[in-house]
Design a protein around this ligand. Structure first.
Ligand code: NDP
Ligand code: MG
Length: 380
């Protein structure tokens, strides 16, 4: 029986993880769950899964939860609560699925406790990839990707040597604006940007998918996770989202992982690895998929993807600046304070103005994130 602590149980990944756990009561048990403010859903989850640890990050939501809860369940609050819980709870796997920079600190606690990290929160590796991979090595903590592209690559690499990898090929659906022109993007609405063709995800990653920043974050995530340089990581547009990513080896052979898009698949693999569990989530009928197509991304239209490749090359705190500015820009776009095409502008401005540091320690990363947010908020 594996005990799972879910950071972000009320989110899209968190709910999918609980859907998986519900199907395997003899294999998995929920040890802890957390939410920011969605206490209605959290209350249902507490009732059903009876975790020992519950954290609510938003302090006023935590008070409301306590008022409404009939059980005598102890609730921890705020960022401190996330740290206390991940430091002390009894768990085997930390499913890291908060959104954004907020996921970094509690993930570090899981690594220090030598636990398996089932990593959905890609921002952790984007902002602090070098630090996190060194820490995981030091504490013998396994980082198993939940992001579908990285899970695909991880599966393709099984039994292979990294030295024989020619390149990683990350596939991208192209998001809701694949068929639009650059001109069209000037006037797209929030609803247009949230309307992803293949995946149902949280708001932040949906906007990142529309701008293709999501693929940019994933390129950096892959760079750290698989320890490969920029020139060995490619992105191809594959609108059907059936091939979740590929690895090309030095002999020219390409391995791919395929399935209909369903996040329960990479989640279950990260929980059960190195085993595979029988399930009925995804039946992929290849004959019903009439074609699989591939083409190059348009870096002019999707400037965020270009920025991410540049930033990976610069290294140091540059990805942290990009990430923080992007988080603020996405929030401003969702609140209709800026236009869609302002997102890359907020990021470029922050990258121009904030000093970059190479090989940053963790304090430097936190300071860089704070400073960048402050600056990005002044964009107009
Ligand atoms: P959601 O927005 O759906 O969920 C985020 C979760 O984190 C919720 O439980 C939310 O609580 C909580 N949360 C949000 N902000 C904070 C905060 N500041 N402090 C503490 N908790 C917070 O996100 P997703 O599930 O879509 O994504 C989670 C992560 O997984 C992201 O990093 C994303 O990039 C990655 N990912 C997601 C995929 C997907 O299919 N959704 C695919 C691959 C990767 P509340 O509900 O109360 O707001
Ligand atoms: Mg992905």
């Amino acid at each position: 029986m594996k005990k799972i602590f879910i950071l972000g149980s009320t989110g899209s990944i968190g709910v999918n993880t609980l859907n998986v756990i519900r199907d395997y009561p003899d294999l998995f048990r929920v040890s802890g769950i957390t939410a920011n403010s969605n206490i209605d859903l959290l209350m249902e989850q507490v009732e059903e899964f009876k975790p020992e640890w519950v954290v609510i990050s938003d302090k006023s939501a935590a008070k409301n939860f306590a008022l409404r809860s009939s059980d005598k369940i102890e609730i921890l609050e705020g960022e401190e609560g996330l740290i206390t819980a991940t430091k002390n709870a009894d768990y085997d796997i930390l499913l890291s699925a908060l959104v954004g920079f907020a996921g970094l600190s509690p993930t570090i606690e899981g690594i220090k406790r030598r636990k398996r990290i089932a990593l959905a929160n890609k921002e952790t590796l984007v902002v602090a990839g070098e630090f996190i991979m060194d820490l995981a090595k030091k504490y013998f903590s396994e980082i198993i990707p939940v992001d579908s592209e990285h899970s695909a690559i991880f599966q393709c690499l099984a039994g292979e040597k990294t030295s024989e990898v020619g390149k990683l090929i990350l596939t991208a659906s192209g998001g809701p604006f694949l068929e639009n022109t650059f001109e069209d993007l000037k006037s797209v609405s929030v609803a247009d940007a949230l309307n992803h063709p293949n995946w149902d995800m949280g708001n932040k990653i949906s906007i990142d998918s529309a701008s293709m920043m999501n693929k940019g974050l994933e390129v950096i995530e892959a760079h750290w996770l698989f320890n490969l340089p920029k020139n060995q990581i490619d992105v191809v547009i594959h609108p059907q989202s059936i091939i979740h990513s590929m690895v090309e080896f030095v002999d020219g052979s390409i391995k791919a992982q395929l399935s209909k898009p369903d996040m329960k698949l990479p989640i279950i693999y990260a929980l059960s690895y190195p085993n595979r569990l029988q399930n009925n989530y995804t039946q992929t009928d290849l004959c019903k998929i009439s074609k699989l197509t591939f083409f190059e991304p348009d870096f002019r239209k999707f400037e965020c993807l270009k920025i991410a490749f540049d930033v990976m090359q610069i290294g140091g705190t540059a990805p942290c600046i990009m990430n923080a500015a992007n988080e603020i820009a996405v929030e401003m776009f969702l609140n209709e304070k800026i236009k869609f095409l302002d997102i890359p502008k907020v990021i470029s401005e922050s990258l121009d103005k904030i000093e970059k540091v190479s090989h940053p320690d963790i304090e430097t990363i936190f300071e860089c994130d704070r400073k960048t947010r402050e600056l990005a908020l002044t964009y107009n």
